[in-house]
Design a protein around this ligand. Structure first.
Ligand code: ADP
Ligand code: ZN
Length: 745
C-alpha cells in the first residue's frame, strides 16, 4: 500500500494548488536538493526568482532553481504554496551555477552554500524612502560661503543626490547648512526609495603608468575586451605598483558598465587601501566584511543585485553576493591562507574566484609578490597568463637582507633581541627613521612554567599551552579562548616565587624595547590589541605621522602598509613558522617573511632587514637573504612533485571529533575498515590530529591523498562520498571533510 493513500481527500483550494504550476526551490538551509512548491494563482515565477516558502514548520527564503519534477497524478503529494515572491532582481545563472559548483566541490549541501548568498533577509524589504538633496537647476545667483561651495562641488563631481548626513560629512559642515541651502533654492530636496547610484569615475585621477605597468595593464585590457574567461597572475615585488595596474583593469571594466570585485585578506583593517581607492576613483567602493554594519550590508546587497553598486572591496564571503553583472575579480595577496574558510562550507576563495570567473565568462586576476605554488604551477602549465612587474616603482631599492645567527650573536639571558639587532635599532631611531619588529605571536609569553615542580599551564579543553597576556592579566588559550587570571602561585606545589614565562610574545618584546630604549616611542600591533577598524586607523595614522619610532607586531604588520620612514625590519624569530612539519611551512614562512621585509625602505630611503634565526643554513632563510624567490619555488616544487603532494597531487582531510575518546576510536576503526580500494587514492590514518583535544572534544584525523588522474576533476569528491556513505556513525561523532586543506591542525 502506498503511503499517500493514508492522506485525506484534498479540499477545493488544495485541489487548485495541486493543479497549479510548480517550481523547484532551493532554500537557504542545510538541504541537499531543491524541493517542489506550488505557485499560487496570480504569481508568476521564473528561475532565479527569490521567494519565501515553508520548510517543515519554518518559513525560509530560497531561490527558484528550476522546473519542478513532472506532475505525477498517481502521487498525490500535497505541495505547499510559495508564500511570497520577493521584489529583488533574479539571481543570475552564473551565480546559481556557482552555488551548485561550490557545493559539489566542497561536499556541502547546496542549501548551505546558497545561505552564503541569502544571508541578508532584510535586504528583501524595500528600503525606507530617504530625503536626498540635489543641485537646483538653474542655480540662483548668490554668493556662497566656502562650506556651501564644497557641497556644490561634491554634487557636481559625485552622486547627483545625497542625504543631508552624507553630504555634510563629506563637505565637513553641519546638516543645518544643507537644509539652509535647500531653503535658499540652491539645492532641491526630494524623497527617494533607493539610494542614489554612486557612479564611480574610472578616469578620476589615474597615475601615469611606467613602461612595465603599461605592458601588464594592456594585457589585462585585452583580456577584458574578449569578454571571456581568463585567469592571470600579476607577479611583482612589494612596491612594484601592482595595485595601480589592477586599478586600471577595474577602470576598464567600469567603462564596460560591469561590476568589479576586489578580494583582500583582512580587509577590515585595510584603511590605507580604502583611502587609496577613493583617491583613484573619486568615490568609495562598497565594503563587505564581518565588521560592516547590518544596514550597510543590506544596502550593498541590494546595490549589488540591482547593479547600482559597481565595485565591492571584500573578504572571501563577497564572492557570494548576488551580482547583477560581474565582469572582473581581483584576488590580491592570492597566496594568503586566510582565503580559506575553515568552518561551515570549507572553501578557498582564491580557487572559487577562478571558478566564478569561469562560470561568468570574465577574467580573474591573482596578485602577489610571493605567489602560491598552486598558482605558479598553473602558470607553468599555461593555464594562467603571466604578467610581471620586475622592479620596485620609481627605482626604490629592495631592502638589504642580513641573517643573524642567534647561536653566535646571542641575546642576553631572558632577552630575545641580539646585540646586532639592538645596534641596528639604535642607529635607525637616531637617524629619525622607523623600525618594525616582527614576531608572529600574540601576548607576553607562549608558556608559563613552575620552576619548582615543572608544572605547565595547559588549557582545560584543548591540548595547548596557555599564553600569558600581561596587559589583560590573564592566561589565555589561543584555540578556544579560555582565559583565567594570572596565577600568583603554582596550583601544584603552591610555590609563589618560581613561576616563569617561557619564550617571547609581542608584549614581551615591547618590554625589552622599553628597557633598552627608554625614550623611544613604541606601539604593538596585534589582533587582540588592535581589534577595530577605528583602532587600526588611529595606529596607522600614528605611524604615518611619525609619532611612533618602533612598531612591534604580528603578521598584522605584514599586510600592504606603506610607511615612507620605515627603514629597518627585524624578524625576531624566523624559525617560528618552520616547526610543526606542515606541508606548507616553508612556503608560508617564505611568503610571510618576504612580505614583512617588503615594509622596509619603500620610499626614497633604502631599507634593511635583519633576520634572527638558529638555522641560517635553512633553504627558506637562504632564499630570503639572496632575494632568490624563484630558486626557492623550484626546490619546493621539485619536492612536492616527488612526494605527489599538492599542487601535483590532491589532499582531503577528514577530522572526526567527539566528547568520548573510546567512541571516537571505535568510529575511526569503522571508517578505516570501510576504506575503498583505489589505485590512485590512499587513505592515511587515523591518527590523533595535531590538536588532539580541542574545545573539549577529542580529535582524530584521516588524510586522503589522490595522485594522477584521481587528483583532477571531482574524482576525490566522489571517492569520499562513496566511502563515507558506507558507514553509519553515532550522532555524537562529528565529521568534517576538508577538500584541499590549508591548515593541518
Ligand atoms: P604593490 O601593490 O606592488 O605593492 P603599489 O601599487 O602599492 O605596489 O605601489 C607602490 C607605491 O608606488 C605606491 O605608493 C604607489 O602609489 C606608487 N606608484 C606605483 N605606480 C605608480 C605610478 N605609475 N605613478 C606614481 N606612483 C606610483
Ligand atoms: Zn582551549
Amino acid at each position: 500500500m502506498s503511503q499517500t493513500s493514508f492522506l485525506s481527500e484534498p479540499r477545493d483550494e488544495e485541489k487548485a494548488l495541486q493543479n497549479a504550476p510548480r517550481v523547484a526551490v532551493l532554500v537557504a538551509a542545510p538541504v541537499g536538493q531543491p524541493y517542489d512548491y506550488a505557485v499560487p494563482e496570480g504569481m508568476a515565477l521564473e528561475v532565479g526568482d527569490h521567494v519565501r516558502v515553508t520548510l517543515g514548520k519554518r518559513e525560509v527564503d530560497g531561490v527558484v532553481w528550476g522546473n519542478a519534477s513532472p506532475n505525477n497524478p498517481e502521487k498525490k503529494i500535497r505541495l505547499k504554496p510559495v508564500i511570497k515572491h520577493h521584489a529583488v532582481p533574479r539571481l543570475s545563472e552564473a551565480q546559481r551555477a556557482f552555488t551548485d559548483w561550490v557545493a559539489r566541490y566542497t561536499l556541502s549541501d547546496p542549501g548551505s552554500v546558497l545561505r552564503l548568498t541569502l544571508n541578508q533577509p532584510d535586504a528583501y524589504e524595500p528600503p525606507r524612502p530617504q530625503q536626498v538633496y540635489a543641485l537646483a537647476n538653474p542655480q540662483p545667483a548668490v554668493r556662497l560661503s566656502a562650506p556651501r561651495q564644497r557641497v556644490i562641488s561634491i554634487l557636481q563631481a559625485g552622486p547627483v543626490a545625497m542625504t543631508a548626513a552624507a553630504l555634510a560629512e563629506k563637505a565637513n559642515c553641519s546638516t543645518t547648512v544643507i537644509r539652509a541651502m535647500a531653503e535658499g533654492g540652491v539645492l532641491i530636496s526630494q524623497s527617494m526609495a533607493e539610494p542614489a547610484p554612486v557612479s564611480i569615475n574610472p578616469d578620476h585621477s589615474p597615475v601615469v603608468l611606467s613602461k612595465d605597468q603599461v605592458t601588464a595593464a594592456q594585457s589585462l585590457r585585452d583580456l577584458i575586451a574578449k569578454k571571456e574567461y581568463a585567469a592571470a597572475l600579476l607577479d611583482g615585488v612589494t612596491g612594484s605598483g601592482k595595485t595601480e595596474v589592477y586599478f586600471d583593469a577595474v577602470a576598464e571594466v567600469l567603462r564596460e558598465g560591469k561590476q568589479a570585485l576586489i578580494l583582500l585578506p583582512e580587509i577590515a583593517l585595510s584603511t590605507q587601501f580604502i583611502r587609496r581607492f577613493e583617491q583613484r576613483f573619486g568615490q568609495s567602493a562598497a565594503l563587505w566584511h564581518s565588521e560592516v554594519s547590518p544596514a550597510q550590508k543590506r544596502e550593498t546587497w541590494r546595490g549589488v543585485a540591482t547593479g547600482r553598486t559597481q565595485v565591492v572591496i571584500g573578504a572571501r564571503s563577497a564572492l557570494f553576493l548576488p551580482y547583477a553583472d560581474l565582469g572582473l575579480i581581483i584576488v590580491d595577496e592570492e597566496h594568503d591562507a586566510s582565503y580559506k574558510q575553515e568552518d561551515g562550507v570549507m572553501y578557498n576563495a582564491r580557487d572559487m574566484a577562478v571558478v566564478r570567473a569561469h562560470l561568468g565568462r570574465f577574467p580573474v586576476l591573482l596578485v602577489s609578490a610571493t605567489p602560491s605554488l598552486e598558482t605558479m604551477v598553473n602558470v607553468e602549465q599555461g593555464k594562467y597568463h603571466y604578467l610581471h612587474l620586475p622592479s620596485r616603482h620609481a627605482g626604490a631599492q629592495l631592502p638589504v637582507m642580513q641573517v643573524i645567527d642567534l647561536k653566535n650573536d646571542k641575546p642576553a639571558r631572558q632577552r630575545f633581541l641580539s646585540p646586532s639587532l639592538l645596534a641596528a635599532i639604535a642607529s635607525t631611531i637616531e637617524a629619525r627613521e622607523q623600525v618594525a619588529l616582527f614576531l608572529n605571536r600574540r601576548g607576553y609569553a607562549p608558556l608559563t612554567l613552575c620552576r619548582t615542580c615543572g608544572h605547565r599551564f595547559q588549557c582545560p579543553s584543548c591540548s595547548a599551552w596557555l599564553v600569558e597576556h600581561k596587559r589583560k592579566n590573564v592566561l589565555q588559550c589561543h584555540h578556544c579562548g579560555h582565559a583565567q587570571p594570572l596565577p600568583k602561585a603554582c596550583p601544584c606545589c603552591n610555590d609563589d616565587a618560581n613561576l616563569a614565562a617561557c619564550g617571547p610574545g609581542v608584549e614581551r618584546i615591547q618590554e625589552e624595547i622599553t628597557e633598552a630604549f627608554p625614550t623611544a616611542r613604541s606601539l604593538v600591533l596585534a589582533s587582540d590589541i588592535v581589534t577595530t577598524p577605528a583602532q587600526m586607523k588611529s595606529a596607522i595614522e600614528q605611524i604615518e605621522n611619525h609619532e611612533v619610532d618602533i612598531i612591534i607586531g604580528t603578521q598584522m604588520i605584514a599586510k600592504g602598509h606603506h610607511f615612507p620612514d620605515l627603514t629597518l625590519v627585524g624578524v625576531v624569530d624566523a624559525d617560528l613558522g618552520l616547526a610543526g612539519g606542515d606541508l606548507r611551512a616553508g612556503e608560508r614562512t617564505f611568503q610571510l617573511l618576504h612580505q614583512v621585509a617588503g615594509r622596509a625602505g619603500r620610499a626614497q630611503k633604502p631599507g634593511r632587514v635583519l633576520i634572527q634565526t638558529v638555522m641560517p643554513e635553512q633553504q627558506v632563510i637562504r632564499a630570503l637573504a639572496a632575494h632568490d624567490r624563484d630558486a626557492f619555488l623550484r626546490a619546493e616544487m621539485a619536492e612536492r612533485q616527488r612526494a605527489q603532494m599538492p599542487p601535483y597531487g590532491r589532499l582531503a582531510a577528514l577530522v572526526l571529533s567527539g566528547p568520548d575518546e573510546n567512541a571516537l576510536l571505535l568510529a575511526c576503526r569503522q571508517l578505516a575498515q570501510a576504506v575503498l580500494r583505489h589505485d590512485e587514492i590512499r587513505v592515511l590514518g587515523p591518527a590523533p590530529a595535531p590538536l588532539a583535544f580541542l574545545r573539549g572534544r577529542h580529535r582524530q584525523r584521516f588524510l586522503v591523498k589522490a595522485s594522477g588522474a584521481a587528483s583532477r576533476g571531482l574524482v576525490l569528491q566522489a571517492y569520499m562520498t562513496e566511502w563515507l556513505s558506507g558507514v553509519k556513525l553515532p550522532s555524537q561523532i562529528q565529521i568534517k571533510v576538508d577538500i584541499d586543506p590549508q591548515s593541518f591542525f
